[in-house]
Design a protein around this ligand. Structure first.
Ligand code: T3D
Length: 259
């Protein structure tokens, strides 16, 4: 199985599983990944998603052997990027539940873009990002032109994407690309701890927060305020909000059920 899907404690763990090829992405793996993301998005019992890689890499981006075959056959890239990478990234960003990337090793090209699309990135000390696109004469895809400048600012994003230098975990933390950096042998535990915490949180409010941020990113303040009002109304109708308000007034800890 090129992608492993497992649910425990309301966390869906999606593991990219082609370790011999650094979890680089073939068409069938991209289809499996998209299927797993859609399954997690649609399952009400899943309240957070954890994305990681098997072996020593998170994901080395497009499988370049398959890519070379496509070039040789004269197949253009727009179709495959639209058919695979775009829906994968949109599935992560528009999912109404938080997505945590446990970056266990190198994340290159579309693999780095995939990590940037997630809501959180917990990095092992030996993890690194490689904006490998320019190194093979390509421009960014999988949303890196959009996500990276929002994460590190336009000047840094330009530098990283044009120069393609490798960013180690310590530098990633300085740049704001890492939520946290932990020793490699603590990564699984630290990322899972965060995912479980999120899975026990106000799922509807988390989804609304993601939608509010995405909406506000390209809108005026009056538009953002209007969208916030709509989303706040949606959250106010949830059982979680009613129970948490009551818990606050009773000086109790809230328990969120995700509805
Ligand atoms: O077609 C489209 O849809 C276009 C879309 C493009 C999106 C993209 O993602 S473009 C960017 C593609 N990715 C890259 O350019 C990264 C290429 N890989 C590397 O730069 C390095 O391998 C790494 C920095 C990821 C790791 O370096 P290192 O020294 O730790 O390992 P290595 O020895 O280079 O690789 C280990 C094995 O993984 C090796 O296989 P082998 O020789 O042991 O049989 C290597 O060929 C394989 N591997 C690594 N990356 C890829 C790969 N195989 C296929 N595709 C890869 N991307």
């Amino acid at each position: 199985m090129s992608v492993i899907y497992d649910v425990d404690e309301a966390v869906a763990t999606i593991t990219l599983n082609r370790p011999d090829a650094m979890n680089s992405l073939t068409v069938s793996m991209k289809e499996d990944l998209l299927g797993a993301l859609r399954r997690a998005a649609g399952d009400r019992a899943v309240r957070a998603v954890l994305l990681t890689g098997a072996g020593r890499a998170f994901c080395a981006g497009q499988d370049l052997r398959e890519h070379a075959d496509n070039l040789e056959a004269g197949r253009g890239l727009a179709g495959t990027v639209r058919a695979h990478y775009n829906p994968i990234v949109l599935s992560v960003t528009t999912m109404d539940k938080p997505v945590v990337a446990a970056v266990n090793g190198v994340a290159a090209g579309a693999g780095a873009s995939l990590a940037f699309a997630c809501d959180f990135r917990i990095l092992a000390e030996n993890a690194k990002f490689s904006m490998a696109f320019s190194g093979i004469g390509l421009a960014p895809d999988s949303g890196a032109s959009w996500t990276l400048q929002r994460l590190v600012g336009p000047a840094r994003a330009r530098e990283l994407l044009l120069l393609g230098d490798v960013v180690d975990a310590a530098r990633a933390a300085e740049l704001g690309l890492a939520t946290r950096v932990v020793p490699a042998d603590r990564l699984a535990e630290a990322a899972r701890e965060l995912a479980v915490r999120l899975a026990q949180g106000p799922t509807v409010a988390y989804g609304a927060t993601k939608r509010a941020l995405d909406h506000a990113a390209s809108r005026s303040l009056p538009d953002a305020l209007e969208r916030e009002a709509e989303l706040q109304d949606e959250c106010a109708r949830t059982a979680d909000h009613a129970a948490a308000t009551k818990a606050f007034l009773n000086k109790e800890r809230p328990r969120f059920e995700g509805r």
